[in-house]
Design a protein around this ligand. Sequence first.
Ligand SMILES: Cc1cc2nc3c(=O)[nH]c(=O)nc-3n(C[C@H](O)[C@H](O)[C@H](O)COP(=O)(O)O)c2cc1C
Ligand code: SF4
Ligand code: SF4
Length: 258
Amino acid sequence: MILYFSATGNTEFIARELARHLDDECVNLLERVKKNDHAPLHSEKPFIVCAPVYVCEMPRFMSKYLKEQSFSGSKDVYCIFTSGGYCGISGVLAKRIFKKKGMTYHGHAEFKMPRNYVANNSYPMLAREEIETRILTSRDQAKAVAEDIKAGRKLTARHVFLWESIVTIPFNPVWCKYKLTADAFYTTEACIGCGKCARLCPLNNISLVDKAPVWGDACTHCMACIGNCPTEAIEYGTITQEKEPYNFGKYKYIVKEQ
Ligand SMILES: Cc1cc2nc3c(=O)[nH]c(=O)nc-3n(C[C@H](O)[C@H](O)[C@H](O)COP(=O)(O)O)c2cc1C
Ligand code: SF4
Ligand code: SF4
C-alpha cells in the first residue's frame, strides 16, 4: 500500500508512478489527516510512505499522524521523499518512527523534484527547462525504485552525518513556530470563492467567510493553497507578487506526451 501526502503534486506523481509499476493501491492521506482519521490501515504488501520534505524533514504533521496510526498485515515499510534537492534527516526520523512500531524499515529513496516553496525567497523557483528535466529524471528513478522494492532490496540514499541531526532536531521546532506562519497570506480580486484552498489545507487552517478565504494561525507553509488556486488569487506579502506559484499539474504534459 502506497500512502502519500502531496501539497503541490510532486509526491503524488511519484506515489502514482510507484503504484503503477508495483500494481499496488495508492492512498492519499489528505482527508485522513484533515479529519484526524486513524482507521487502521491493512496491507499484505509492504507499506510505502511518500512525503515531501519541509525544512530538512518529513512534514511535522505527517510524522505526528504516522506515529499515531496503526498498520496491520505487512511489517515492511519503505519511505520516499521528494525535495528540491536536500532531504536532510527525513530518513533518520522516519526510521525511528517505524522501528518504534516494530516494523522493518527498508530504507528510503530521495527524489530531487521542482521546488514549490514560492513564499520563501531563499529557495528561488526554477526555470521551466530545469523543472521538466527534474520531472523526467524522477519518473525514470521511480521505475528503478519500484524494481528495487519488487525485488525486496533495501533502498539506499545519501549518508546522513551526525551533525545534520544535531543541527536540525533543536532548530526545526523554533524555525517552524516563528517562520511558518500564515500572517502574510491574502487574496486579490481574482478570488472566485471556490473554496479549493480550504479543502486542500491539511491543517484546516483556511475558512471561507462570505466566500473569502481567511487564514488561521496553524500553517505549515505547505503551499497547497497558493499553489493550487485556480485563478492564482493568493499572494504571500510581497514575496510572491512577481513569481508564479508551482504545481505539478502545470507540467504534466511532459510525462503524458512520452
Ligand atoms: C515549507 C517547505 C519547506 C521545504 N524545505 C525543503 C528542504 O528543506 N529541502 C529541499 O530540498 N526542499 C524543500 N522544500 C521543497 C519541497 O520539498 C519540494 O518541492 C517537494 O517536492 C514538494 O512536494 P509536493 O509537490 O508533493 O508538495 C520545501 C518546501 C516547502 C513548502
Ligand atoms: S482557491 Fe483561490 S479562488 Fe478559490 S477560494 Fe481559494 S483563493 Fe479564492
Ligand atoms: S494555509 Fe498553510 S498549511 Fe494550509 S494550505 Fe496554505 S500553506 Fe498549507
